[in-house]
Ligand binder design. Structure first.
Ligand SMILES: [Zn+2]
Ligand SMILES: [Zn+2]
Length: 133
């Protein structure tokens, strides 16, 4: 048996109260590699399969939103996501705020990325479980 599992974390938006349970970045469940993405069609955070060893399933799931099945409106989300749609500062002021915030090492609720509903800051709130697959 494979003992590699992915993680599931809870995130909450400080602006509108939206919550999501996703990995929060790139992850691997032993069979499939996933990346947390914001689907601009669903306005939800979703874990999208980006590669899988289950070849029968690959064509149907890889690179697609697990909710709506569309591929075109996904943007990488999460702390390690460097792609378009990763936390883009909207102003210098916002950038400076982010810098001063990142200096607070003890911050228990770091900002992870933008809310897919309102664009506000989503923070890590809890570690809720694991997944494999
Ligand atoms: Zn929000
Ligand atoms: Zn979707």
């Amino acid at each position: 048996m494979c003992l590699v599992v992915g993680v599931l974390n809870a995130y909450a938006c400080e602006g509108c109260g939206y919550t999501a349970e996703v990995s929060g970045g790139p992850d691997y469940g032993g069979i499939s590699h996933t990346q947390t993405m914001a689907c601009r069609n669903c306005q939800e955070l979703v874990d999208v399969v980006i590669a899988t060893e289950e070849e029968d399933r690959a064509r149907a799931v890889v690179g697609r939103c697990p909710r709506c099945g569309r591929a075109a409106r996904l943007v990488a989300w999460g702390k390690d996501a460097g792609g378009p749609g990763a936390h883009e500062p909207r102003s210098l002021e916002h950038m400076l705020m982010a810098v001063s915030r990142s200096r607070l090492d003890a911050d228990p609720h770091p900002v992870w990325g933008p809310c897919p509903k309102c664009g506000g800051d989503m923070v890590f709130t809890d570690s809720v479980g694991m997944w494999d697959g």
